[in-house]
Design a protein around this ligand. Structure first.
Ligand SMILES: [Zn+2]
Length: 64
């Protein structure tokens, strides 16, 4: 089961979320992505960062 699948890509239109231009989209290579932390309730969950590309809405994750 992949948590990233559950992200609604409409988050790219949310102006309250932080964006980064320090990372490139793995799919289209755009340097603009919305990112946010995992809100998993699992006690042993690692801190995940989720990214959504603002150009093609590709979703990916990065474990801190
Ligand atoms: Zn992209």
């Amino acid at each position: 089961m992949n948590e990233v699948i559950q992200i609604n890509t409409d988050v790219v239109q949310d102006p309250t979320l932080p964006t980064t231009n320090h990372i490139n989209c793995p799919q289209c290579n755009a340097a603009e992505a919305v990112f946010f932390q995992s809100y998993s309730t699992k006690k042993d969950a690692k801190m995940n960062l989720f990214y959504v590309c603002k150009v093609c809405r590709y979703k990916w994750t990065c474990v801190e």
